[in-house]
Design a binder for this molecule. Structure first.
Ligand code: SAH
Length: 344
């Protein structure tokens, strides 16, 4: 399959070009794009194409799939955690979460991660490879097919650093937003980053009104350097400056994610310092009680401490929520299922 192209790795325009190049009409692109987004796994399912055209496609291209290797449904809240196998055997994770406003999927953008955040399970084996645009999309296509309900929101918060796989992620976003396909509005998509400043600035110019989530997790460089090696390249002030530019350019409110780690970043002073740094920014803070990762020594802050932290931010006029812990019974947090599987 190596010299064949995965049609889902092409943008809509590239797919049109592909058909023109093989002597076909442009409108074929729309038909095929629709089939692909509907989750067909075989060209023979594309019943509005002639047999000859289907054979021609099969000669030059293939349809990527993901297989469900493991699937766990939470009895507490209906969260579903998927361990998915890619065509080359690598494993990734996606999660379905049910909210009042609809069904959200959390997807992966890389196999592994090289950012090295030392509380995170996804980074333990380093980066294996980037996902292609089609592989990122396949998580949405095949899980939507599996649950038989429409997915309305996407968060790029699974395994990997989306801005470390910039071009593939942008192509995926354009395809998933395309009216001929799954067609999810940019306003229903959030991208989470550990703070790759040049990529945040580039993203601000893409004219894509997605929500940017930034994993801040600390109020100053001293603490952030200890838990997030990326901070040594892009300090907190540089990240916050990039966020200001992003918010001003896109008029979109930034979400800051802040994992509450007992004794590390959860003191009253930490809350005050954080407040003073982000007060002037169009933002929202999401406090996340940190999930225990077996290999790591950190533990989550007490709910008393989390509420105290929250009240300080709010006193400073910063809108703050504590993330509800979903799927607590199924090991639903990022990277843990893949990690558990590869240890077996
Ligand atoms: N690389 C991106 C997106 C993937 S991680 C990023 O860093 O934002 C998604 C979120 O989960 C990030 O906020 C990350 O810091 C957080 N996270 C990672 N490990 C965690 C853990 N053990 N407990 C709670 N949150 C964690």
């Amino acid at each position: 399959m190596s010299d064949k192209i995965n049609l889902k790795d092409l943008s809509y325009e590239e797919l049109e070009e592909f058909f023109v190049n093989i002597g076909q009409q442009k409108y074929r692109a729309k038909q095929v794009f629709q089939w692909l987004h509907n989750g067909v796994t075989n060209f023979d399912e594309m019943t509005n194409l002639s047999k000859d055209l289907r054979a021609m496609l099969a000669e030059r291209s293939f349809i990527s799939t993901v297989s469900i290797v493991d699937k766990r449904t939470s009895r507490l809240d209906g969260t579903i955690k998927y361990l998915l196998g890619l065509n080359d055997g690598n494993l990734i994770e996606s999660v379905i979460m049910r909210y009042k406003h609809g069904i959200t999927i959390c997807i992966s953008t890389q196999v592994g991660c090289r950012m090295g955040c030392n509380f995170c399970a996804s980074t333990i084996g380093g980066l294996v490879r980037h996902l292609t645009p089609g592989e990122i999309l396949d998580q949405v296509i095949f899980i939507q097919k599996d649950i038989g309900e429409r997915i309305s929101n996407i968060v790029l918060m699974g395994i990997g650093e989306p801005l470390d796989n910039y071009d593939n992620v942008i192509k995926f976003l354009k395809n998933v937003n395309h009216p001929a396909g799954i067609n999810i509005g940019y306003r229903h998509i959030s991208l989470s980053t550990c703070g790759l400043v040049p990529a945040i600035l580039k993203l601000s110019k893409e004219n894509m009104p997605i929500t940017l989530s930034v994993s801040l997790h600390a109020p100053n460089d001293e603490i952030r350097n200890k838990i997030m090696p990326v901070n040594r390249s892009y300090s907190i002030d540089k990240v916050l400056d990039a966020c200001r530019i992003y918010a001003e350019t896109t008029k979109r409110r930034i979400t800051f994610e802040y994992a509450m780690i007992s004794g590390i970043n959860d003191s009253v002073d930490n809350a005050r310092e954080l407040s003073s740094k982000i007060k002037d920014l169009l933002c929202h803070v999401n406090l996340i009680p940190i999930n225990k990762v077996e290999e790591k020594e950190y533990s989550k802050s007490s709910s008393k401490q989390i509420n105290l932290f929250k009240s300080i931010l709010e006193k400073n006029g910063i809108s703050t929520t504590v993330r509800r812990e979903l799927g607590g019974d199924i090991n639903a947090s990022c990277g843990q299922l893949r990690r558990g599987h590869s240890k077996k």
